[in-house]
Design a protein around this ligand. Structure first.
Ligand code: FES
Length: 197
C-alpha cells in the first residue's frame, strides 16, 4: 500500500463490515460510520503497523455507506479514538480531565516528558505518540492512561516511568491497576460487607 488509494477490506473485514452495515435498517446505513472507521483503523494497523486513517481510507469507508466524505471526516475528526495522523507503535492517551487531574495526572505527564515524549508528537524513534485526551471512563482508578488497547490505572510518576521503560524494551507491562486493585475496589480491599467478599 503506497498512497492508500488501493485500500480495500480484507476478506474477513469485508464480512465484518457487511455484518455491521446489516445491523441498521434500510436508509440508515450511515449509522455504521463509527464501527466501520474503527475497523478500517485496525486494518491499517495490521497492514502497515500504524493505526490511523488517511483520507483515501475515510473516503473508501464513506463511499461504502453512501455518505459524503466530509460527513465521515466530521466524525473521524470529532473523536480522539480516530487517528488522522500516523501515530507511534505505542499511542499513549493520557487523561487530563478533572478526576485524573486531582489524582495527579500532572505527574504522569511529567513522567512522559522526562522520557522524551511530547504532547501531540511522536518520538523520533517512532515508538511513542503522546496525546492528552478527555475522560476515558476509568475515573475510579485515576490517574490513568490508555496505551493502544490497554488501560494502565492508579498510576504514579514511578509506575508510569516503568511502563514506558518496559514498552521501549519490547516487554509487556501489567495492564489495569498498578497497585493491585480489582476493578474499582477500594485500595487495600473491601471495607464493608467484608464477610461477603
Ligand atoms: S477523568 Fe480520567 S478517566 Fe475519567
Amino acid at each position: 500500500m503506497t498512497d492508500y488509494r488501493d485500500f480495500t477490506w480484507t476478506d474477513a473485514n469485508k464480512a465484518e463490515a457487511d455484518r455491521i452495515i446489516a445491523l441498521y435498517p434500510p436508509g440508515r446505513q450511515a449509522s455504521a460510520i463509527m464501527p466501520l472507521l474503527w475497523l478500517a483503523q485496525y486494518q491499517m494497523r495490521d497492514e502497515t503497523g500504524i493505526a490511523w486513517l488517511p483520507v483515501p481510507v475515510i473516503e473508501y469507508v464513506a463511499a461504502q455507506i453512501g455518505m459524503p466524505y466530509i460527513r465521515a471526516y466530521e466524525v473521524a475528526s470529532f473523536y480522539t479514538m480516530y487517528n488522522l495522523k500516523p501515530v507511534g507503535r505505542y499511542h499513549v492517551q493520557l487523561c487530563g480531565t478533572t478526576p485524573c487531574l486531582l489524582r495527579g495526572s500532572d505527574e504522569i505527564m511529567k513522567a512522559c516528558k522526562d522520557k522524551g515524549l511530547k504532547k501531540g508528537a511522536t518520538t523520533a524513534d517512532g515508538l511513542f505518540t503522546l496525546t492528552e485526551v478527555e475522560c476515558l471512563g476509568a475515573c475510579a482508578n485515576a490517574p490513568m492512561v490508555q496505551i493502544n488497547d490497554d488501560n494502565y490505572e492508579d498510576l504514579t510518576y514511578d509506575s508510569m516511568t516503568g511502563i514506558l521503560d518496559m514498552l521501549a524494551r519490547g516487554e509487556t507491562p501489567k495492564v489495569g491497576s498498578q497497585i493491585g486493585r480489582t476493578a474499582s475496589c477500594p485500595e487495600g480491599g473491601p471495607t464493608t460487607l467484608t464477610e461477603m467478599a
